[in-house]
Design a protein around this ligand. Structure first.
Ligand code: KIV
Length: 272
């Protein structure tokens, strides 16, 4: 059932912060195109992330590193044209913000101006604080992202659980505090122990949105194509699949091929 347009109250960065204060969980999913963004916005998703996972899901790259700022703007503009209610957050891609706060601001400004997005997300802690502060100084809302940060895959070497050891856990907590103090409106924690994510959610006042970070946080995010079962090679423990679209779409295509070959399609009613 979709929600009538008149019942929609636009979700803002203030709304998600209010949701944390009230104890209402925040739902977030990725989208990269108009059609799926329209469906999930109509279904009542709170936040849509135009993730740089588009690099894997849409373009078939092995990592998120190759996607460009222009490509992120293209995906974000398509999503923005579809939505009535959700807050739309866009990933700044690899190479567009690290080590150069002026460059970071100009990347964030391009996303906001050219796509109409509502906020940006950056991966990393104190090492990118200058970039975050500069973007925030322009009035652009920033969502942080700590734990497994896929843009640093060649530094980590694997996609395994992060911050299992005390030292890395303490660094993550210090980074989270620094991001909140800088003015980030929310924070994604990816693939870290549930106990640590709970500690961060209890320590910080901004919403913590988890992916593979357990249930004791303020909201959850999944990659839409994973939870719909369109992708099928990716099987992390944290992923709940709500559909198996890989199979359903494949079956529909097989039926179509059969109908075309057998001349069952089109029939007399399916023509002019
Ligand atoms: O790019 C992405 O999809 C993400 C989520 C996994 C949080 O950053």
């Amino acid at each position: 059932m979709s929600i009538a347009k008149s019942d929609f109250k636009k979700v803002t960065t203030n709304t998600v912060q209010e949701m944390k204060r009230k104890g209402e969980k925040i739902s977030m999913l990725t989208a990269y195109d108009y059609t799926l963004a329209k469906i999930i916005d109509s279904a009542g998703i709170d936040v849509i992330l135009v993730g740089d996972s588009a690099s894997n899901v849409m373009a078939g790259h092995e990592t998120t590193l190759p996607i460009t700022l222009d490509q992120m703007i293209y995906h974000a503009s398509s999503v923005i044209r579809a939505i009535d209610r959700a807050l739309v957050v866009v990933d700044l891609p690899f190479g567009s913000y690290q080590g150069n706060s002026k460059g970071a601001l100009s990347s964030a400004v391009r996303i906001m101006k050219e796509s109409g997005a509502h906020a940006v997300k950056l991966e990393g802690g104190v090492e990118i604080l200058n970039s975050i502060q500069r973007i925030l100084s322009a009035g652009i809302p920033v969502m942080g992202h700590l734990g497994l940060t896929p843009q640093s895959i060649y530094k980590f070497g694997t996609y395994s659980v992060r911050a299992k050891e005390e030292e890395e856990a303490e660094k993550l907590l210090a980074d989270a505090r620094a991001l909140e103090e800088a003015g980030c409106f929310a924070l994604v924690l990816e693939k870290i122990p549930a106990k640590l994510a709970k500690r961060v959610a209890e320590t910080l006042t901004i919403p913590i949105i988890g992916i593979g970070a357990g249930g004791d946080v303020d909201g959850q995010v999944l990659v839409l194509h994973d939870m719909l079962g369109m992708t099928h090679e990716f099987e992390p423990r944290f992923l709940r699949r709500y559909l198996n679209l890989f199979e359903s779409i494949g079956d529909a295509v097989k039926d179509y091929v059969k109908d075309v070959k057998s001349e069952d399609f089109p029939n007399s009613k399916e023509q002019y």
